[in-house]
Design a protein around this ligand. Structure first.
Ligand SMILES: [Fe+2]
Length: 343
C-alpha cells in the first residue's frame, strides 16, 4: 500500500509528463493495482487497504485529499493516474462528487443486499460503508437529560447562552440542516437555526472535538457534534469526558447520520477490482474495522464488533432519509443558515 497525501503525486506526474509517460490511457493498466482517491485518513481505512491487498494479492495506491479538495485532486491527477475507487465523507460530498460525474454505475447484488437502500445511490454510483451520528453531547451535572427532546431542544430559550456548535460552513451541519429542511420544511428549519444561533455560548469556532472540550471546560452545557469524536475522546487518555454524556436526538424519524461511502470511478482502469474492493469493505471482515478502529457505525447493521464505548452509548434509531435527498438540499441549507444568522 502506498499513500500520497501531498502534492508529490502531481509533481511526479508533471516530471513524468516531460518524459511523455504520464499521459493516462497510453500506459497499460496494471490489473493488479487498485488506485483509490480518498478524503478519509483513518486507521480503519488503512487496515482495510492492507487486508484487501493480502486477500487479493494486489497493490493498493491511495491518494488522499481533504474534503472538497478531493474532487479537485481527481480533476488534477485523474488523467495521468485515474482513480478506480473514490471514497469520501458525508452524503453532501458523495452527492457533489456524483454531480461532477466522478462515479460510474456499478451493480452488485451483494452490496444491495447488505447496505440499506438509504445508504446507497439508487443506481449504484456509490455505496455507504459507515456512518456517524450527529448527536447532542451534554454536561451531566448541568443538564437534565429529560430537558432534552431532540434537535429542537438546542433552540429552546432554556438553553440561552449554553450551546456550542461549529460554523455553518461545515458539511456536517449543512447535511443536518438539509435533512431537517426535508423533515420540517424550509421555514421551520430556518426558525430553528436562528434560535440555535441565538443560544450560542460563543461564536462558532473549531471542530467538533473543540465543542466537546468546551462543554467539559464549562464554557457551554450542550454541543452539537458527531458521536465518533466523543467516542474517540472517551477511549483516549488525553481527554476527560467522564462528566459528559451523549443524547440521541429524536427517536422518530431518527438521528441524523453522515454517511461515508465509496464508488467505482468513471474512467476506472480496473472497474471489476474496484467493485470487489467495495464489496470487501462491506464484508463482515471489512465492516468491523469501522467501529473498532474509527468508532463509526458499520453500514451493515448485522455485523458484530467489539467497542465498549459504542456499546455504552447504547442503541439509537438512524434517520432513514436518503443520502441523495440530503445531497440535493445542500445549497438550500447553506442559504437557510446564512439567512438564520448562524455564522
Ligand atoms: Fe470528522
Amino acid at each position: 500500500m502506498s499513500i500520497k497525501r501531498s502534492l508529490k503525486q502531481g509533481m511526479a506526474c508533471f516530471a513524468a509528463a516531460l518524459l511523455a509517460s504520464c499521459t493516462g490511457g497510453e500506459t497499460e493498466p496494471d490489473p493488479d493495482k487498485l488506485v483509490i482517491y480518498s478524503s478519509r485518513h483513518y486507521d480503519s481505512d488503512y487496515a482495510l487497504y492492507k487486508a484487501f491487498e493480502e486477500a487479493k494479492g494486489v497493490t493498493v495506491e491511495v491518494i488522499e485529499a481533504d474534503g472538497d479538495l478531493l474532487i479537485e485532486r481527481v480533476r488534477a491527477d485523474g488523467a495521468s493516474n485515474p482513480p478506480d475507487v473514490i471514497i469520501t465523507v458525508d452524503s453532501g460530498r458523495l452527492w457533489r462528487a456524483d454531480q461532477e460525474g466522478l462515479f460510474a454505475p456499478a451493480e452488485s447484488e451483494f452490496l444491495n443486499e447488505r447496505i440499506p437502500a438509504s445508504m446507497r445511490h439508487a443506481d449504484g454510483h456509490w455505496y455507504g460503508l459507515s456512518s456517524r451520528a450527529r448527536v447532542i453531547v451534554y454536561a451531566r451535572d448541568r443538564v437534565d437529560a429529560d430537558a432534552l427532546a431532540g434537535y429542537e431542544s438546542l433552540a429552546d430559550p432554556a438553553f440561552e447562552g449554553r450551546v456550542c456548535a461549529r460554523s455553518s460552513g461545515n458539511i456536517y451541519n449543512i447535511s443536518l440542516l438539509a435533512a431537517l429542511i426535508d423533515r420540517w420544511g424550509e421555514t421551520r428549519a430556518q426558525d430553528w437555526a436562528s434560535k440555535v444561533a441565538a443560544n450560542f455560548a460563543r461564536a462558532p469556532q473549531g471542530g467538533d472535538s473543540d465543542q466537546i472540550r468546551a462543554v467539559a471546560a464549562g464554557e457551554c452545557d450542550v454541543a452539537l457534534v458527531n458521536h465518533y469524536y466523543f467516542a474517540r475522546m472517551a477511549r483516549s487518555e488525553e481527554d476527560d469526558v467522564s462528566g459528559l454524556a451523549v443524547f440521541w436526538p429524536e427517536a422518530s424519524p431518527g438521528v441524523h447520520v453522515n454517511i461515508s461511502g465509496a464508488g467505482v470511478a468513471s474512467g476506472a482502469r480496473n472497474p471489476e477490482l474496484a467493485l470487489s474492493f467495495i464489496e470487501f469493505a462491506a464484508s463482515d471482515e471489512g465492516q468491523r474495522l469501522f467501529p473498532e478502529l474509527t468508532n463509526e457505525y458499520p453500514a451493515v447493521t448485522s455485523v458484530s464488533y467489539s467497542n465498549d464505548v459504542l456499546d455504552a452509548m447504547g442503541k439509537f434509531t438512524a434517520d432513514p432519509l436518503s443520502g441523495s435527498v440530503i445531497g440535493g438540499n445542500q445549497e438550500l441549507a447553506q442559504r437557510v443558515f446564512d439567512r438564520a444568522g448562524w455564522p
